[in-house]
Design a protein around this ligand. Sequence first.
Ligand SMILES: [Zn+2]
Length: 225
Amino acid sequence: MADLEFAVYRIPIEQVGGNSYLVLRGSEVVVVDTGTPGNGKRIVDEASNLGVRIKAIILTHYHIDHAGSAAEIKQSTGAELYVHEADAPYVSGKEKPPLPATVPSEASRAYANYSPVQPDRTLREGDILFGFRILHVPGHTPGSIALYDGRFLFSGDNMNFREGKIQGTPAVYDWNREQAAASVRRLASLSFDVLLPGHGVPVIGSASDKARLDLGLVRGRPLAS
Ligand SMILES: [Zn+2]
């Protein structure tokens, strides 16, 4: 393994156009989101190929295309699992997930394949984890989080990259649309260079400017100053 201080590897989850990320900081590697069930071995193998062991798994939210392989990775590596306290009961299976009223039936059916897993630690707004600040950005789910270090933003499903644009999730997938919209605006108000979205390819370079532009949040400048 190289002496990289910081690197991010993206593992595409093709069936949902989603992403799992390996985040290397020194000798530590953290998985951000795990894809749908059945991707665990692939993610663990990617880490092995890099010569590193997975120390922790952070889930941006409980949805099955993000939390689906958490149990498998935790079982094979002993990695600690982190999730926001509001989504923890759905990851552990203690409570039935609050699916949005209009959720597609295939999404409900997908949970039949989900392996519940107990988080080791729950997260809150402002926690610092592996050099990232945890931002609680509810709406897509009650416990959706983003990870932010001033340059990189892991947005979970609050911001995705679809059809050449940074966008929020289609409202049909959101638990609370008003909160989701407010959370998207909060993330867009930050300054970040690289966006690592829950779905779609990363946006590298002036990503927050692009987010504000794509989301129609750019304020008009005065004509004269
Ligand atoms: Zn989601």
